[in-house]
Design a protein around this ligand. Structure first.
Ligand code: NAP
Length: 512
């Protein structure tokens, strides 16, 4: 966004809580953190020169390589001097007389700007659950989203709480060095092997040569990935054929498994065929039948919660130094000085790792005290769940754009694809305003209400709202309204809607 704003001749400042660039990749440095879309498809497309000169070393880049890439991008485009690091926004209020946002930081600094563009990420507000006695624990406590710079669990008794994408990436690596690893699992999860591997020079060259077609395909698909979903129902083929398709998808690895049939996320019976296949893989891999059974998801269908990809996750439970605790059978009661107690036993631990996820999508926005002119807060506005027009603006909050905000496809899409589409759309909107000398843009309440219906209807056409413990619904945070937050109508359809809105001179927005 900063690059585009500068290219338009606008002055902009980025306030960044971290001590360096990278966002997610700056904070989530836990062992095993790596992207879950192929590196090449995960990188930016806005500069042809950039995409041709950067070479990724692995199919799925690890966090340190991604961080090097993001630093490279920052320096290549001379963006560092536009970023104020270690600066956390405490609050922002719109001044209707001056048509500016007044922004306060936790360090006491103040900024004012005509436009406030939030780029705070969807998964950046860590969820540390309240567990009785947590303050008594004498060992190391950490959340994966603020991983300490210097930490070693070598030889220690480590407990991990959480088996989402993060836990599933970290557990195999933690198990390699821990003396003993105890995994505390509340909801069993599906996972597809990543099949990560180094990338040969010829493969990288071939991808670079094919970039125009790859990028066009990414922009034309549901998930912003460069492959199409097979246009066939899982129920239209024989069991033998289906099994062979699933075996092929399993050996290819990655989230591409979701594309094996077109109705995996819209038809319960179709979904069940994939879920059953993946359950059978868990039972095959995990040697102890009782552990295998506890690891088999039974309360939700495959990909109705965000599906993880892994390297040796289920295999890790065959190690002698790894124990699974099924919290559905015996929930955590408290953390003690020396470990963690469940209803059935006490586990002595030297370290507890919270892989307990995020207050997704709304958390990072509501952590800032954002208020409209007159003092009404975004928190009050969203008390019953987030509402926005296109996930880009909230009625009543003029000149504020929410990149990858609730109501946009964001987390259901390859993130850089979603981000770049928002950067383009916001930049075009600002150019439109400049050309007409408008100072203020604000989504109308009617457009916002219609979009809320569209977001709900899109979700209801899928099985996504059916996973009762999904963070897409806010279900992982006690007291959070249960509202399906991302737009599930697909990236390509969403981008078309945004383009139509701008082609109709930003219908649904008011300017003055
Ligand atoms: P998550 O998917 O929300 O998983 C959190 C885990 O912690 C779940 O197993 C959850 O159980 C458990 N948990 C939460 N509170 C708990 C409590 N009080 N007691 C016991 N268990 C508790 O979070 P995440 O794994 O950090 O992943 C979040 C998202 O980040 C992913 O879905 C993905 O979009 C993104 N991500 C991407 C990558 C990547 O490869 N690019 C890697 C990591 C994460 P329940 O399921 O029962 O709530």
């Amino acid at each position: 966004m900063l690059y585009r704003l500068r290219a338009m001749g606008l002055s902009a400042v980025v306030l960044e809580a971290g001590g360096g660039v990278g966002g997610t990749w700056y904070w989530n440095r836990y062992p095993g953190a790596r992207c879950d879309s192929e590196s090449y498809y995960y990188s930016y497309s806005f500069s042809e020169e950039l995409q041709n000169e950067w070479t990724w070393s692995e199919r799925f880049a690890g966090s340190s390589e991604i961080l090097s890439y993001l630093n490279y991008v920052t320096d290549k485009f001379s963006l560092r001097d536009g970023i104020v690091f270690e600066t956390r926004v405490a609050g922002a209020e719109f001044d209707r007389d001056a048509n500016t946002w007044k922004v306060r930081t936790t360090g006491g600094a103040a900024y004012s700007a005509q436009f406030l563009i939030t780029a705070v990420g969807c998964l950046s507000s860590a969820n540390v659950p309240h567990i009785d006695g947590i303050e008594k624990f004498a060992g190391d406590l950490c959340h994966t989203a603020s991983w300490p710079r210097e930490v070693s669990f070598r030889g220690k008794r480590v407990g991990v709480i959480g088996t989402g994408s993060t836990g599933i990436q970290a557990i195999p690596l933690l198990a390699r060095t821990a003396g003993h690893l105890t995994v505390f699992q509340r909801t069993a999860n599906y996972s597809i092997p990543a099949r990560n591997r180094p990338l040969a020079a010829e493969e990288s060259d071939a991808i670079k040569a094919d970039y125009p077609a790859i990028r066009a395909l990414q922009r034309s698909t549901t998930n912003g990935h460069p492959y199409k979903i097979r246009d066939q129902s899982a129920l239209a083929v024989s069991e033998a054929e289906r099994r062979s398709v699933y075996e092929q998808a399993w050996s290819t690895g990655t989230l591409r498994f979701r594309a094996a049939y077109r109705d995996l996320l819209s038809d319960r019976a179709a979904n069940e065929t994939a879920s059953d296949f993946l359950r059978s893989k868990i039972r095959q891999v995990v040697k102890d039948p009782e552990t295998a059974e506890a690891l088999v998801p039974k309360d939700h269908g495959f990909a109705t919660k965000r599906p993880p990809i892994d390297t040796n996750y289920f295999e890790t439970y065959n190690r002698p130094n790894v124990t699974l605790v099924d919290l559905k059978r015996s929930p955590i009661t408290e953390i003690t000085e020396h470990g963690l107690r469940t209803t059935s036993s006490e586990h002595e631990l030297d370290a507890i790792v919270f892989a307990t996820g995020f207050d997704a999508m709304t958390g990072p926005l509501l952590n800032m005290d954002i208020r409209t002119a007159g003092g009404a807060s975004l928190r009050d506005r969203w008390r019953e769940g987030p509402k926005s027009f296109l996930g880009l603006q909230v009625a009543g909050f003029p000149n504020m754009f929410t990149m990858t905000g609730p109501g946009s496809p964001s987390v259901l899409v390859n993130m850089p694809t979603a981000i770049e589409q928002h950067v383009d759309w916001i930049s075009d909107c600002l150019s439109f305003m400049r050309a007409r000398a408008y100072e203020v843009v604000e989504a109308s309440e009617e457009a916002e209400a219609k979009w809320a219906d569209a977001v709900r209807e899109a979700a209801d056409r899928t099985l996504l709202p059916s996973a009762a413990s999904s963070w897409y619904l806010g279900a992982n945070i006690p007291g959070k309204p249960r509202v399906f937050m991302p737009y599930a109508g697909g990236f390509a359809a969403y981008a078309r809607i945004c383009d139509d809105v701008s082609a109709r001179e930003y219908e649904g927005f008011r300017f003055r």
